[in-house]
Design a protein around this ligand. Structure first.
Ligand SMILES: O=C(O)c1cc(=O)[nH]c(=O)n1[C@@H]1O[C@H](COP(=O)(O)O)[C@@H](O)[C@H]1O
Length: 231
């Protein structure tokens, strides 16, 4: 089932059972689901079949970052399992992203292919420690332009950079923004955060929300509160 909702709920769980327990409380007409490294490493592709069987569109968030041939093969494998969206790290470079793009196109695979720019958990000091002497905003713009030029359908960035990317890359270029924190939620380990309504106003096309929903005492009430912040 396809949904008009911009919400993507991150199923960051340590077991398939726990993830499906949450999925069974959610509604595929109100959100998409994201499967990340912890859950996929534990469950393997079974989780994708289980979520597709329940009618959800799935963002497989494995952030591939490797040599071009390896990433192209991984992206193809993800797309052939029917996921709605898959991601790579833009820092893997132009040839890596172009190889992934070309592999999907050659096989007629329509999965959205997006690139992670600068993780929303990172600030300027973190970038400096890995040898990047630019602000997060500057580095996001640089990597987003590279992702755009390399044929990506969009990027993962923080909502704080969404407006600049809308100007640079247009409305159709997807801006998938984690680090979304509704007014009632803790930041946890996120650094570059924004509320759902402000993130949409800034130009986000999709909002990734994890713990504010999955660790809420009443996840469905938390989801409804986010929807009402967006209304
Ligand atoms: O690619 C991602 O989804 C991602 C990129 C990024 O820069 N920051 C980020 O938090 N994420 C993911 O988004 C989710 C955010 O979860 P919460 O912080 O619990 O809302 C996690 O599953 C992260 O893996």
């Amino acid at each position: 089932m396809s949904t008009a909702s911009p919400l993507i709920i991150a199923l960051d769980y340590a077991s398939l059972d726990a993830a499906l327990c949450m999925a069974d409380r959610l509604d595929p007409s109100r959100c998409r689901l994201k499967v990340g490294k912890e859950l996929f490493t534990r469950s393997g592709p079974d989780v994708l079949d289980a979520l597709h069987g329940r009618g959800f569109e799935v963002f497989l968030d494995l952030k591939f970052h490797d040599i071009p041939a390896t990433v192209a093969g991984a992206v193809q494998a993800a797309a052939e399992q029917g996921v709605w969206m898959v991601n790579v790290h833009a820092a893997g470079g132009r040839r890596m992203m172009e190889a992934a793009r070309s592999r999907l196109d050659t096989h007629g695979l329509v999965t959205h292919l997006i690139a992670v720019t600068v993780l929303t958990s990172m600030e300027a000091d973190d970038l400096a420690e890995v040898g990047v002497n630019a602000s997060p905003a500057e580095q996001v713009e640089r990597l987003a332009q590279l992702a755009f030029d390399s044929g990506m359908d969009g990027v993962v960035c923080s909502a704080q950079e969404a407006a600049a990317l809308r100007t640079r890359c247009g409305d159709d270029f997807l801006k998938v923004t984690p680090g979304i924190r509704p007014s009632f939620a803790d930041a946890f380990d996120q650094r570059r955060i924004m509320t759902p309504a402000k993130a949409m106003a800034a130009g986000s096309t999709h909002l990734v929300v994890g713990r504010p929903v999955t660790q809420a005492a009443d996840p469905m009430a938390a989801l409804a509160a986010i929807e009402s912040e967006l209304a």
